[in-house]
Design a protein around this ligand. Sequence first.
Ligand code: AMP
Ligand code: MG
Length: 422
Amino acid sequence: MSELGESPLFAGHRHLSVDEARAAIRLSLQPVDGSQTLPLLQALGRVLDADVLSPIDVPPHDNSAMDGYAFGGSAMRPDAPTVLEVIGTLHAGQPFTAAVAAGQCLRIMTGAVMPSGCDTVVPQELCRVDGDRVTIPPGTVEPGENRRPRGEDLARGRPALRAGQRLRPADLGLLASLGFEQVSVRRRVRVALFSTGNEIQAPGKPLAPGCVYDSNRYSLAASLQRLGCEVIDLGLVADDPKALRATFERAIAEADAVLTSGGVSVGEADYTRQLMAELGDVAFWRVAMRPGRPFAFGPLHAHGRRAWLFALPGNPVAALVTFHAFVREALLQLAGASAQPFPALRLPCATPIRKRPGRTEFQRAIVEPGPDGRWAARLTGSQGAGILRSLSEANALVVLGHDQGSVNPGDEVTVWLFDGLV
Ligand code: AMP
Ligand code: MG
């Protein structure tokens, strides 16, 4: 990072490493303002606005962890059976106000409140029952066993969830267990998305000569949806400075971030560069990575508003890989989410890979159990930057770090699992 100096956006003409590019983006961004209150079931995937403190003890009372018999554990002796008289039955949700005296017990169901005089439960399958008499062999339970103490899960006033948490199913359950039916979350990040290129055509009609269908807008919109962003789809824009400027101005007016694909490669960059210079402070990076070398990032300004530009390469695999490598974490940061690095695994790679140090490579791979039952990665067919099928067939990316060399079959490699890339 030190080489990037005070303005991390400008790296001159040298190649940035993937890590340097990520760090420069991270240093530039602040979470967007604004929050809203939602019913729990509309809050899946949203980012918690503030710490949630528990308003109650969970569980709210000592209760039984087992179906069995509750009694005062101090009555047990290490060398002799404990014999108790059953004085009643207690179900979950039922109050019991009388005390249980020494020599007595209560039949108790899981979750029922521990009655006064009881601190221990013997599971029903571990004792002998004759009519209203229960015999517990010595050493079956310890005093205090099978009791869930009040506040064991969460004591009142303790933090249950931290601001920045992206709410998952267990978090929603936890909020409900505290009695909340609503939750305050940050507003969604608004991302304007468009594809550029005179040769790009929307799907739905036969292809015109020389054209290709627009796949990036679909793979990128879906990636944004998975991240919980609000997508503003601005469609397809021709390689025409006027049309581009109008679209950018609209995007800046409406969105927190602008995501484009195509038009940042060397051959096309000139007028894009000029437009970017007029609208903002964008750095055109040549990142030392494969696929996905051209990438532009920076603030754009129009009508008194600012939006962050992420300009991805046009090649469909490069567009998605650069999205995962740079944009995913940046958008989570804008959303106010706490840092969520990729779930990276180290797994053996069955396919040999030729690589030279000095750039990061992202190879499309299938992670599955091998013939010996151990999970391993193998590459999917052709790895060209435009071959989207290689990504569609894959369930993971093999990430070969900047300084790494070639991989021999069986060598361990770093793997990003797609289903963690949300
Ligand atoms: P570019 O970065 O604009 O030079 O584009 C690089 C390659 O990606 C070219 O072959 C483009 O035709 C292709 N490409 C650009 N945008 C898209 C898109 N939205 N969908 C599919 N392919 C694209
Ligand atoms: Mg293009």
